[in-house]
Design a protein around this ligand. Structure first.
Ligand code: AN0
Ligand code: CP
Length: 317
């Protein structure tokens, strides 16, 4: 594996899950693999989990780690080619990328969607330029349209907690005051569609996702109906994808908040969210604090998904 941006890069999910479980049993079995190798993590956006779990995973593999917050202390980067650079951006990505590549062996990139230009976001301009010009294996730490380290950790978590071979997994939109990317729901859908689970998506009208990611999932506009018999509730907010509302917040209707009445419609489902989560917007205090909430083990599995990915990238060097 020499890049990791989507589910297709990981190959067999069964093998990936098996490798994850082995790593979980002994995180330090491969400390020689990363010796004298350097991971550079580049953040264009904030992070708590991705930053810590990915760094920890690399350290488990014996690597050295460098972290760059592009918007704090680095030169402001121009990302578009052909721009006359007479504004506030001192450096172009096209020089910065190969320079960064020269100091490391593997690069992780976080670069969210701008939510202004759908075409630009869905072309994944930033991470694709890293792949093209860095000369290094590159992995996504959430790019414009996908968050595969999160989805992989979500899959590992469902595998650990499921009590039937083919669980019903429901991804529900929930309200949030600010416009968020579609990366997490796109990516979760992409990974769920690669399993044989019963996968349902529920959201208000107007929040339809790119059909490429929805795939064969059932879309149910009635949230309560969608929750019936669910084994896992995966909550997430996203902004509108469809034109002319791309990137807009169409509703902050707290009728869509996940609460205990709705959870009572499920088959005693587990509650999942990638975090960070806004309480009493996305989910009520009692649901996220309940014993069926698995948001903490889900976040803990980010270390494991990152370690499988970085291990495979190291093996490709
Ligand atoms: C981001 C998002 O929705 O993509 C990161 C989630 C992992 N969330 C926020 O910006 C709140
Ligand atoms: N879930 C997730 O990626 O969290 P951070 O944004 O804190 O990294």
């Amino acid at each position: 594996m020499n890049k990791f941006t989507c589910v297709g890069d990981i190959g067999s999910l069964d093998m990936a899950i098996r490798e994850a479980m082995e790593i979980k049993k002994d995180r330090f079995a491969f400390t020689e693999l990363g010796k004298n190798k350097t991971l550079l993590m580049i953040f264009f956006n904030s992070s708590l989990r991705t930053r810590l779990s990915t760094q920890k995973a690399a350290m488990n593999l014996g690597m050295n780690v460098m972290v760059l917050d592009v918007n704090q202390g680095a030169w402001k980067l121009e990302t578009e080619r052909g721009v006359i650079m007479d504004g506030d951006k001192a450096e172009h990505l096209l020089e910065a990328i190969p320079v960064m590549g020269s100091y490391c062996d593997i690069i992780g990139v976080r670069s969210f969607a701008g939510l202004k230009n759908k075409k630009e976001d869905y072309e994944e301009m930033v991470i694709e330029q890293f792949i093209k010009y860095s000369g290094r294996p590159v992995f996504s730490m959430e790019a414009a349209t996908r968050h595969p380290l999160q989805s992989f950790a979500d899959l590992i978590t469902i595998e650990e907690f499921k009590t039937k071979p083919r669980p019903k997994v429901v991804m529900t939109w929930a309200p949030h005051p600010k416009a968020l990317p579609q990366a997490v729901p796109n990516s979760f859908a992409e990974w769920m569609n690669a399993t044989d689970y019963d996968f349902v998506i529920t959201h208000p009208r107007g929040y339809e996702l790119d059909p490429k990611f929805v795939g064969n999932a059932v879309v149910e506009y009635d949230q309560r109906k969608a929750f019936e018999g669910a084994d896992f509730i995966y909550a997430k907010n996203w902004s509108a994808y469809t034109d002319p509302n791309y990137g807009a917040v169409l509703s902050t209707d707290r009728d869509w908040t996940v609460d205990s009445d709705k959870m009572a419609l499920t088959d005693n489902a587990f509650f999942m969210h990638c975090l960070p989560v806004r309480r009493n917007m996305i989910v009520t205090d009692d649901v996220i604090e309940s014993e069926r909430s698995i948001v903490i083990p889900e976040a803990a599995n980010r270390e494991i998904s990152a370690q499988v990915v970085i291990k495979r990238l190291l093996e490709s060097l």
